[in-house]
Design a protein around this ligand. Structure first.
Ligand code: THU
Length: 159
């Protein structure tokens, strides 16, 4: 039996080290936490995406008394974009989150279901999605969701 290793790549940056566009997207994700409806968890997540024409959209988590009916910030942004602009790929996604003490220190990471949805976007448009994960400590930068989901499942795996 062989022991194998998978390496993932990511960068850790301070916001001012990011490009102007990425800084803007991180700020939009932070601002979007104000649109969160986190009545139950009190954990307010904001997302901002940039589309392939340069335009941007935001999302925020939306909870529900019937828990599974809610949705994460990332998916509210991605699905809204897909519904309105199916011709445009998502090039970059930024996420930020606040609890009762303010923005979290360690960068937030998307849940498994959101990773799978981001993967579908990469597969659909055949282009990687750059991911910016904000924390007050700094920003994790990943060039593809595959770095968050090394053993991934896409359409091609079924053929
Ligand atoms: N949440 C997100 O919006 N994005 C994530 O990546 C992680 C979790 C939301 C879902 C729920 O409303 C709250 O955070 C607590 O799990």
């Amino acid at each position: 039996m062989k022991e194998l290793k998978i390496e993932i790549n990511y960068k850790f940056a301070q916001p001012e080290e990011l490009s102007k566009e990425d800084q803007e997207l991180v700020q939009m994700a932070k601002d979007a936490t104000r649109n969160s409806y986190a009545n139950y968890s009190k954990f307010c997540v904001g997302a901002a995406i940039r589309l392939s024409d340069g335009s941007t959209m935001i999302g925020a988590n939306q909870e529900n008394a019937a828990f599974p009916s809610g949705l994460c910030a990332e998916r509210t942004a991605i699905f809204a974009a897909q519904a309105q602009h199916p011709e445009l790929a998502v090039t970059t996604l930024a996420i930020a989150a606040k609890n009762e003490n303010g923005f979290i220190e360690e960068p937030i990471s998307p849940c498994g279901a959101c990773r799978q949805v981001i993967l579908e976007i990469e597969d659909r448009y055949k282009a990687p999605v750059k991911i910016l994960l904000y924390g007050t400590d700094g920003v994790y930068v990943l060039n593809s969701v595959k770095d968050l989901l090394p053993f991934c499942f896409v359409d091609a795996n079924m053929h």
